[in-house]
Design a protein. Sequence first.
Length: 319
Amino acid sequence: MPLVLAQGELLEEILDATYPVWNEGLTRAAYGQWNAAQMRTPWGQEHLHRFALVDGRGRLLATAKRYRYDVRLDGRDAWMCGLGAVFAPPERRGQGHAAELIRQLLEQERVAGAAMAALFSEIGEDYYRRLGFEAVPLDEVRLELIEKSGTPAMLVRAGAERDLPDIAAMHDVRSASARFALRREPAQIQYALSKKRMFSGLSTAGARHTEFFVAEEGASAVAYVVIAVSGEDWTIEEAGDRDPAGARLGAMLQVLVAREPSQRRPVMRAWWPAGFPVPPQVRIAARAAARDVLMVRPLAEIGAPLRAEDVFYWRSDYF
């Protein structure tokens, strides 16, 4: 059963089959556009590929996306294989095809030098644990602004491509103490942002949008936030602040909420990395396990198993 790059008619067959599962409200045409656009980004062209396991007649048995992420693991630079959209057609399930696809992909990545593999499971832990993966619990938090009289005093502007190097530098500093974190170069940050923006743009008009804001001093961004907005729900996809206390980020959130004083305050949720400060203007009102479970499997010697407090990871880098 060979493993092949999914292209042409085979790719369209995969998109037809996976659309009912992962369309998230997009039309079939928009779903295809969204997938193609991700692979056309500068980062996606190099780091994202879709593979398929086929039989001797070229028929689809299973498929998955393979990402290659630069990471920092226990103080050393490495790279990991990310697996996403693992899928077997209903008529092919229960025959071990998805497991065989994962086995072949991970063997290729191990030989190529990957330190680890990771995925986000929507089906619980049991299946992937049988394939050598272990769960790393991540929390989703609900945030509330602390009431404060007066108008927030913070100049906030729309983010731009020129801000990406500053954002990458903020991430490096904030994640430095974590055992495991992505090494986010500007091109990878641009990919994550473009993916969110493209998804918002292809969705039903007005259903959702993506906001990217920065605060700057001089000509440099010193704090930023990316928010996915759907009605009154805000998901903080990622954020950063040079202030050790995160006070600039907190002030930015105050400014953004104050734009519409007559509206109900949004419900703000986020994956909040353990090493990232909670701004003084914000409190964590609730905490629960993230719906999608991060699971990792070593492909080389990586030391002790990772715990939630060892990981610095934003929702923006979900794959």
